[in-house]
Design a binder for this molecule. Sequence first.
Ligand SMILES: [Fe+2]
Length: 392
Amino acid sequence: MNQTFRFSRMPKLIIGPETVGGLGEIAASFGRTAVLVTGSRAMERSGHLSRILADLNGFGVKAIQCRIAGEPSPRMVDHAVTGLRHKAVDVVLAVGGGSVLDAGKAIAAMLKENGSVVDFLEGVGKRTPSGESVPVVAVPTTSGTGSEATKNAVLSRVGRGGFKKSLRHDNYVPRFAIIDPTLCVSAPPSVTAACGMDALTQLIESYVSTRSSPLTDALALDGMRHLIPALPDACGNGAADIGCRGAVAYGAFLSGVTLANAGLGVVHGVAGPMGGILPIPHGAACANLLPFAVRATVDNLTAMNTEPSNTVIEKFAQIGKLFGATHENRLDCCSHLVDCLYQWLDQLDIPRLSQFGLTAAHVDLLVHAASNKNNPWPLSDSQIGQMIQDRC
Ligand SMILES: [Fe+2]
């Protein structure tokens, strides 16, 4: 092997049913004051919140609760940090979906900076984060963004002049990720589907990325091997099946690891700006864009017919095989993959983009804002426009 690559740090990973029971002990290892960031009231209803608070109390950890509603905005983060600034916070415990984990990571970082988080956002602010942060323990209750494994926190301001941008530093990787599939059981099918499709998109895009390495390839493939057979069940009859939920949660975690180390492609290069214009759930945006993106990328690679492009086609064919393709010809395996991705949109009941208010009038703006990121071969503006309109 003569490839040069880097691999970022990972959180200490604790994965398995009922592992959230170890949160109190882990929190206490950092100190006596924790900020507990949570999201919806589902945690309360399920009894998980009271168990976590009792556990923290049992280890002598005082929990300052902070609730985040919806996708985090810079204003939410600034507001939370202002309220916490004069408290000696030893650790931030972020227990919730991707939004909660991102909010927790941003709050932990901004407790060590002055000014608004907007000033430090990539492509928006002019300041560079110092990298200092209160330690974070990430406990996902949905399986999607992989934020428990990444070094960035995504914040968005939706509407005119809106954006969806990252606060990023290598040091923002959480110290611990506790992945307990029992926490994911209460996620409804629509959330499980959208989050799972985000994770699948991240695994696929990082696997075929121009920045992929043998190490990210191995992890992305293993993530897909677990996630692909389990996701439809997790959205249906297997919703309460801990093994099924665990497989999806493991795939989502790996999607975070691989995206952090190999980057993403054009689907995320469009889903980002899309999330700044309209309140479209990130996973739903990815799911809708993915089939067309795969087909167009494979078409472009096929037209190139070079050795490197054929290697990437082989990778897409491998993914097709994970979806059950048995064809000899790799392009047939790629077609099978695209067909399955379209079928999943129906099977998983993913709403079309138009149902979130996206219209043809948004297309030019999005094409202009889009990025091909690390897509194995760039899509043209016209292909990106078609990709967006494909599911309008
Ligand atoms: Fe994503």
